[in-house]
Design a protein around this ligand. Structure first.
Ligand SMILES: Cc1cc2nc3c(=O)[nH]c(=O)nc-3n(C[C@H](O)[C@H](O)[C@H](O)COP(=O)(O)O)c2cc1C
Length: 449
């Protein structure tokens, strides 16, 4: 309400002598532009499915941040997605989505991104990162998710996706902001004791290697082959629930040192059976999950997979360094080739998170720090593969350039959507692109024009 733009618009109606000055001050995205975006809508029907779509022709024919894109049966209004972000906000430690999730996802989905991902949602109780995480293994959770999706889709053009996850040896920890005050503003996790809802004795991983060797983190139970089969079935079951709840995109969380990543990397997978050792064996668990999910979701539904592009172990932690027996971008690229055959459409590239002694990756502050990894995959020219980049891409020119230069096809934004839920409009203004706003939010800018 107090934004300068709003004040200027009020001036137009009440003090018409300022009209010409005010008009002169309009920028892209203010009333002059928005009024062009007003298309008549039938009475009683103000659901606008093209929010975030550019309204005039884009300045060049090259693909850019605001080019729409179709993957399988789904058309995305632009290239911007809200990256999955855990909110640690379930009320009763039951994994059930609450009204908080409704407000959070609802707010973001109204504001023009092509796709909003719901946070890492666990396929089993022991896969939650904290007791307050969301889950999708029960009917109650499915019903709550259905309500969330229905309401988030009530009046906007954003597609709603969900990230399915299992935290592996990093499960059963406190939310990062827990004890924030007592820790003098330091973030910390730490294992949640049983009396507070934790499950330290039921933490699982490919190998019995604790997250930290400080005596505070329990040694995880090594999954048996039968348990691996049950785990694969749990992923498929959650995917089925997601489809029934109205979810339009599923992302498999295979990054950040969680269960699947622990299998992928020789740094955390020391198994000697067919799920460990060689590259073929380490990727087996993930490929089984991919096939199981593909077999239960509609053909037209895009399937995403988030991968860490590297563990930052080889070559002094350089992003493109080799780590053949661990996890590196060369193995990731080879995995992407197999993905396309199995029906994964998009790889969403992040990094790190697999080793407590490595602090690089995930939320680093350096602008576009994952672009060398996505560029590497893009240069492999894998037919049918779409590549999403994420990580400090909040500068609209950088995000646009990433798409224009072919470093990535989609751009994920995390923290900056929390700071500025209108980031899509902010970016459109900065790039001089006129996009559609929800009718309910835009008509008043054209009032008495
Ligand atoms: C509050 C918060 C929660 C996050 N939770 C998840 C998550 O559930 N799954 C995931 O893959 N990444 C998660 N991340 C990482 C983000 O999706 C994103 O990759 C990262 O923040 C880098 O993007 P940014 O620089 O635009 O924030 C989280 C990040 C934040 C800030």
């Amino acid at each position: 309400m107090s934004s300068p733009c709003y004040k200027r618009i009020l001036c137009v109606s009440r003090f018409s002598k300022f009209r010409s000055t005010v008009k002169h001050n309009y920028k892209m995205g203010d009333a002059r532009c928005i009024s062009k975006s007003l298309a008549p809508l039938p009475l009683g029907h103000v659901q606008e499915k093209t929010v975030g779509v550019p309204l005039s022709e884009l300045p060049s024919t090259a693909e850019s941040l605001f080019s729409p894109m179709t993957i399988r049966g789904l058309t995305f209004n632009n290239r911007i997605l809200v990256s999955p972000m855990c909110m640690y906000s379930c009320k009763d430690q039951d994994g059930v989505f609450t009204d908080f999730h409704l407000a959070h996802i609802g707010t973001l989905s109204l504001r023009g991104p092509a796709l909003v991902f719901i946070e890492a949602t666990s396929v089993l109780p022991n896969g939650r990162l904290s007791p307050q995480d969301t889950g999708l293994w029960s009917d109650e959770q499915e019903v709550a998710l259905g309500r969330l999706v229905r309401l988030a889709k009530a009046s906007n053009g954003a597609k709603i996706g969900i990230q399915l996850a299992h935290g592996g040896r990093k499960a059963s920890t406190y939310p990062p902001f827990h004890h924030f005050e007592e820790n003098s503003g330091r973030l910390g996790r730490g294992i949640v004791p049983n009396e507070e809802g934790g499950w330290g004795a039921d933490i699982v991983a490919p190998s019995a290697i604790p997250w930290k060797n400080d005596g505070k983190y329990p040694t995880p139970n090594e999954l048996t082959k039968d348990q691996i089969k049950e785990m694969v079935a749990a992923w498929a079951s959650s995917a089925e629930r997601a489809v029934r709840a109205g979810i339009e995109v599923i992302e498999i969380h295979a990054a950040h040192g969680y269960l699947i990543h622990e299998f992928l990397s020789g740094n955390t997978n020391h198994r000697s059976d067919e799920y460990g050792g060689s590259f073929e064996n380490r990727i087996r668990f993930l490929l089984e999950i991919v096939s199981a999910i593909r077999s239960v979701i509609p053909e037209e539904m895009p399937l995403f997979c988030r991968l860490s592009g590297t563990d930052y172990v080889g070559g002094g932690g350089a992003p493109l360094a080799k780590d053949e027996t661990g996890w590196d971008i060369y193995q990731v690229t080879e995995l992407c080739r197999r993905f396309v055959q199995l029906g994964v459409d998009v790889v969403d590239i992040s990094s790190g998170g697999n080793l407590s002694i490595v602090t690089k990756g995930i939320m680093a502050p350096d602008f576009g720090f994952h672009l060398p990894l996505t560029e590497f995959i893009k240069k492999a020219n894998i037919p049918g593969l779409t590549v999403a980049a994420v990580g400090s891409l909040q500068n609209p020119k950088l995000a646009d350039e990433a798409v224009r230069t072919g470093s990535a096809d989609l751009v994920g934004i995390g923290r900056h959507f929390l700071k500025d839920p209108n980031w899509v409009y902010t970016a459109a203004e900065e790039l001089g692109v006129n996009i559609r706003w929800p009718a309910q939010y835009s008509w008043m800018w054209a009032w008495r024009k």
